[in-house]
Each structure stands twice: as structure tokens, then as C-alpha cells.
Design a protein around this ligand. Sequence first.
Ligand code: CO
Ligand code: CO
Length: 326
Amino acid sequence: MDPAVLDRMLQGIPRLADENLLIGFAHSDDCAVYRLPSGELLVQTVDFFTPVVDDPYDYGAIAAANSLSDIYAMNGRPLFALNVCCFPKSQPPELWREVLRGGAEKAGEAGIPIAGGHTVDDAEPKYGLVVTGIVSSGRYWENAGALVGDALILTKPLGTGIITTALKGERIGLDQAAAAISLMKELNRTAARVLSSFEVHACTDITGFGLLGHAWEMASASEVGMEFSYSQIPFLQAALALAADGRYPGGTHANRLFLADRVVDSTGVPEEQLLLLFDAQTSGGLFAALPVEQAESAVSLLREAGVPYASVIGRVTEGTRLTIVN
Ligand code: CO
Ligand code: CO
């Protein structure tokens, strides 16, 4: 949802204080973190959305990977999930079975069962998961914590928003969207596992608010600024080609508008290309801040482990702005 609309929607909503709720609304974190009576820390998240691709199996797998991502972004270990299904009854159950199969197989890959769920009849289909997991005390990552001087790492390339929009509009074929689809289906589990052997100061995943929207959440929670090197940011090839004609999803423009006063661009890169930094992503990569001296080794271990696009894309600075340089 448009970040400005979400801000207004949440204004004045009562929030019951609970000393066991360690992470809640305050910094737009990926999951809630709750201390159980046993002392263990529960992490929980929910995510669901309308189809991003036509193939029902792929849609289910992408939605599940996206839901699990919030757990990985906090260095959590998923335990089990529940389905959230809004399916039109006008379409055959076999179609929705394919969506559920995609979700179940992705959960299986993550090593967790889907324990149930809830289904409603809805004209516009939506699917996703509630995921419950655990994190270790002192070992979970949040938006707050990035330190001036830290390096910023991104683990998946940008551009899934503009690509899936073009695919829906039949301006590109499935072959041109294949790389985006396989990346959206990819779990962030390996990326999180590799990063967890480093001193990660803050981490989130890149989804609907785009790279700079989620970077902004981390920067403001951490009370720092950030500088991004445009030339170091990985993009999907098809997205670069599509950016030229500038037909982005509505969410991308909303993200750009929301961040207008917070982003300083000194690159001279054309606006259509710059918009990729605001492009609403589905099941995007992890975005992490860690000590600069660990960054190169983290990136090479990520790449060796099968996260080929992992890159250092910027650094944490003083101030409150997001600056884009060449
Ligand atoms: Co997230
Ligand atoms: Co989420």
C-alpha cells in the first residue's frame, strides 16, 4: 500500500503496551518479536497479495517465498505457516490447488509445514502466509542499528515490479520475465544464513516500498543517512530495457513521491532509470548494514553460496538523507 496512505491509516490507533512485545509497530520492522513465558523469542509475520504472474504454481511459490522472507530478514528460523486465501469461487478449485501446491512446496523447501489456514470467497484473488518462527535473543536483526561507516549489501537485483507489470500488460513474454520469476521464487534463507556469520547491524528485505523506501525505514530507525552508488546496484536486464519507456507500477510512483524530500540525486541518471530504485519489489533480496571491513568477505561468501547478485551498493553516512551518487 502507498506508504503515505498507510501512515495516515495508522494514526491514532491505540497500541497496548506489553513489555514482552520487543518489536512492534515502532520502526516498520519485518516481523513482530514477542518474548514467550519460557523466555524464547517468537517472530511472526503475515503477507499476502494479488497474483504477480499468470502461472498459479509460480504465484503460490512466490507468495510463500515472500512471506518467509520477513522471518529471514530478522535472522529468524521459521517453524510453521498458515495459508491466507482469498479465492474467487467462480474459478475451478484445481486452479487454487496449484497455488496451494506452489506455497506448500516452497514451505517444504524452507523445511516447515503449513498447518492450516483460512479461505474466503473474494472476486480478486489474494494469497500468502502467516509465518511463525523463533529468533535468539541478541541475534535478531531489525531496522534500527545501522552505524555510520557501515557498508550496505543487497542480495537480489532490482526490477521485479516493472517486469511483472510489463508481463501483465503483455509488453514482454514469459522468456523475458523468466529471470525475475525465478528470483522472486528464491528463498532468502541462504542469504540470511551467510550473513548471520557476520556482524550485521541492521537488516530488512526489499518489497513493496522499493529499495529506497526500505532503506529509508532503516535509515530513519537508525538515525543515519545513506549513500548509494548507482553503478554498483544490481538490476535485472529486462528491467533496464523496460525502464526506458517508464511504465512502472503505480506503487513505484507512490514510493518516489513519498521519498521526494528525503532523496538527493547527484548522478544525472535519467528519471526513468532512477525510478528503478523506487520500484515496488515482490520477494526482493535482503538489505543489510554491516562493518565495512567485513563487506567484501560477506559478498564473496554470498556469491559462493549461490547468491550471485550480492553486492555492496552503498554506505551509511551521517545526516538524514538518502544520497545517490554514480
Ligand atoms: Co519485509
Ligand atoms: Co511484509
